[in-house]
Design a protein around this ligand. Structure first.
Ligand code: PMP
Length: 284
């Protein structure tokens, strides 16, 4: 079945969708993106994703191609036209087509592209099995708080993990974990304290991270927002990742060391359950 995708105001079959070879997203990675999850046909945490999109665009002086209302209407139409029950809507804004030049075009006409991807989210096997992590050096640029389409370092990190027989990579800079290849990293130490890196230019401010941190208050889980090392993670009771498309996935092994008892931990399980419940309650 061919998908219907969205390109600059038009809903078209995926094999008819066109973007210029001069598009600056293609030539310079001059673009930003968001991934909003869909469960039971509804968008999860979408207002927060759109707010982060606005911030990413403003940090890069990227003019907005559409209002939030227009974007939401297009996302919903794509969900409906593709009968998407569970999966994600990908959205990308680039600075558009202009003759190749490092300098920004004087009158940019930004491109907006969206498509859907079905995914098994609620009952992914990783939830009961846990995932294996390997650490890799973080070789990215210094503005990782902006969600740009420049993802080659993350793609290399992910592939290195798969080649090593693991599921994902945690990136390490100056001895400390920054984040996962496409997720935020968490550990629970031997005192039951939840530790995740503080926000800054070094990591993406994950939407799922923020939602999960709000839940720690309800659950009275002690929280420390600070950087941690791989050694601390290996010695932790539990470890897990968060992202829009995983929600919370437990980590059971890091660089070949078993985390805790090698089984998905209770804090990760509880936060996952609560996240899904509360995110679904406010989904639309
Ligand atoms: N960090 C990175 C580098 C990511 O790519 C992602 C997901 N795109 C995240 C964290 C998680 O962010 P979110 O919870 O908003 O999906």
């Amino acid at each position: 079945m061919t998908r219907t995708v969205y390109v600059n105001g038009a809903f078209v079959p995926e094999d008819e969708a066109k973007i210029s070879v001069f598009d600056r997203g293609f030539l310079f990675s001059d673009g930003v993106y968001e991934v909003s999850t869909v469960v039971h046909g509804k968008l999860l945490d979408n207002p927060a994703h759109l707010a982060r999109l606005r911030r990413s665009m403003s940090e890069l002086n990227l003019p907005s191609p559409a209002t939030d209302e227009e974007i939401v209407a297009a996302q919903k139409k794509l969900i409906e036209q593709n009968s998407l029950e569970e999966g994600a809507v990908y959205l990308q804004v680039s600075r558009g087509a202009a003759d190749r030049d490092f300098a920004f075009p004087a009158n940019p006409k930004p491109s907006l592209v969206m498509f859907t991807q079905p995914k098994n989210l609620l009952h992914a096997p990783q939830v009961s099995e846990g995932i294996k992590i390997v650490s890799v050096p973080d070789i990215r640029w210094k503005r990782r708080d902006i969600k740009t389409v420049s993802l080659l370092a993350q793609s290399l990190a992910k592939q290195a993990a798969l080649d090593a027989g693991a599921n994902d990579a945690w990136m390490v800079e100056d001895g400390y974990v920054t984040e996962g290849s496409s997720n935020n990293a968490f550990i629970v130490d031997q005192n039951g304290t939840l530790i995740t890196r503080q926000l800054g230019n070094e990591i993406l401010p994950g939407i799922t991270r923020a939602s999960v941190l709000r839940l720690t208050e309800i659950e009275s889980i002690k929280l420390e927002e600070r950087a941690f090392t791989i050694a601390e993670a290996c010695a932790a009771q539990e470890a897990f990742i968060t992202s829009a498309t995983t929600f919370v996935w437990p980590v059971v092994s890091i660089d070949g060391h078993t985390v805790g008892d090698g089984k998905p931990g209770p804090v990760a399980g509880k936060l996952r359950e609560l996240y899904i419940e509360t995110a679904l309650a406010r989904a639309d």
